[in-house]
Design a protein around this ligand. Sequence first.
Ligand code: HGY
Ligand code: MN
Ligand code: MN
Length: 424
Amino acid sequence: MGERVFGIDESRIWSDLMALAEITDPARPYTRRSFTPLFQAGRDWLRRRFAEAGLAVRLDTAANLFGRLEGSEPGLPTIMLGSHSDSVPSGGRFDGPAGVIAALEVVRALQDDGRRLRHPVEVVDCLAEEPSDYGLSCVGSRAMAGLLSAEMLDLRNPAGERLGDAIVRVGGDPARLAEARRSDVAAFLELHIEQGVVLERSKTDIGIVTALVGIIRLEIVFEGEAAHAGTMPMAMRRDAGVAAARLVGFVSQRARALAGAGRGYVVGTTGVIDIAPNAINVVPQRARIVVDTRAEDAALLDAFVAEIEAESRRIAEETATVRERCTVLSRATPASCDPDLRRLLAEGAAACGLSSLALPSGAGHDAAFLSRIAPAAMVFVPCRDGRSHAPEEWAEPAAIAAGAVALLEAVERFDAKSPDRAAA
Ligand code: HGY
Ligand code: MN
Ligand code: MN
């Protein structure tokens, strides 16, 4: 066992993170996309680690993976800790796994010291937090919040598989999805790398998240007309590529303008641009883009999306293309973190000599959906240059361990103070 700080074993956390990181597509480190065999291999590894820690392991009907440790007072609601183990393509080793392993380490620290909380504790690996190939993110945490709809289960991946069938493939049972809905969670706490630069630049040990932005992702398809790039007169072209490019520019310019309007955090990104037939000397016939818009202010986010929708129609007219589709792929409303849990995190951090600051999250997280069914809070730890969703993503072992210490402190304080009594 490595050096332990407040019961947390830094080297155990690190060796777990590096072992899990090995389970990746070797051609595109670090990639462990949800619903793939690699994802399942990562799950199998987590199951073993949960079991070795003495946890009761189960999969719910939405294919969320849990490790549970009963409390000393039967009937109390659950303290849930965790994050996700799936990644974006060519992502990092810490986005998600740092939260799952830190949660596991909190339970191991309790076990090592023979300490038993009053409440049961669950470590969770939420299914498909990243935008999956079915177009939806936070699949498992939506299910726990009762927000994974039948329409969502009918979303299909490029190969035509339904999301519902993919959930069955990884061990869930969408026919009994209601059983995944949770009403017994006393608190949800998620550790995550900041994926920004605030903590690193301010040399602060941990971030205590105030709120998570709302996120709306929409897909727009322009249909033009394939033509010879050399002979078709410019004035007669119906170039879907030009339509897409103009809308990509609009999204970025408008986000910058709104961000300066003093109404909180606003960003807009077009991360997916598909052109067909995608040939050097052919005027693009079809262009599909997926836009990711985010804001702290729900009304502002809706207004931003409405502007994009209107602009896509205007661009279609001006480029003689047809806007074949403008579909909202996913929507997550802004979520606030629980003030009491935030206070416990701040007090616990201070008691352990850790500096902390409050900040919003520009990234989406499972905590956004768990906050709809339980008080939820997040601990951010610094990551190098704020890089994430890239192989260069890096967090120092000591930084993650410090976050786990803050997590453990908050859990123990919540457990001791919580007025929960066993259900009558
Ligand atoms: O996209 C996000 O904000 C998160 O990393 N899924
Ligand atoms: Mn991510
Ligand atoms: Mn994440």
